[in-house]
Write a protein that binds this ligand. Sequence first.
Ligand code: AMP
Length: 130
Amino acid sequence: MESIFSKIVAGQIPCYKVAENDSFLAFLDINPLAKGHVLVIPKVQVDYIFDLDDETFIQLNLFAKSVAIAMKKAITCNRIGVTVIGLEVPHTHIHLIPINEVNDMNFSNKKITLSNHEMQKIANYINTFI
Ligand code: AMP
């Protein structure tokens, strides 16, 4: 079955795009833990990250690195935290989250709400550093 992220890749549903190349896409998490919370996905739909072939796994992580470097320039924070969970959407995705302390990576924290305008503005701003 097509994942919601495959529908984003196909342009069937919208996203706040941060960066893209032929094989990978970075966009804002719709339910962010922090301002500028980004998801990085391979365009090919593979549920479990460790089922990716080695080359796709390496290139996905290199793409995520370039996005994280851009995020750090765009957003005031200590670090960009990295995690993979994947219990909700069966399409490999890396969470990149601007953090100041370890608890900022806690997915039980209350999510933040930003306007469409603000989400678009953040996505565009990170993109200027790619
Ligand atoms: P998990 O699979 O547990 O890593 O969580 C999936 C993540 O995808 C959650 O943080 C959701 O907020 C996020 N998410 C789900 N649907 C969308 C969407 N249409 N656009 C952006 N992010 C989404």
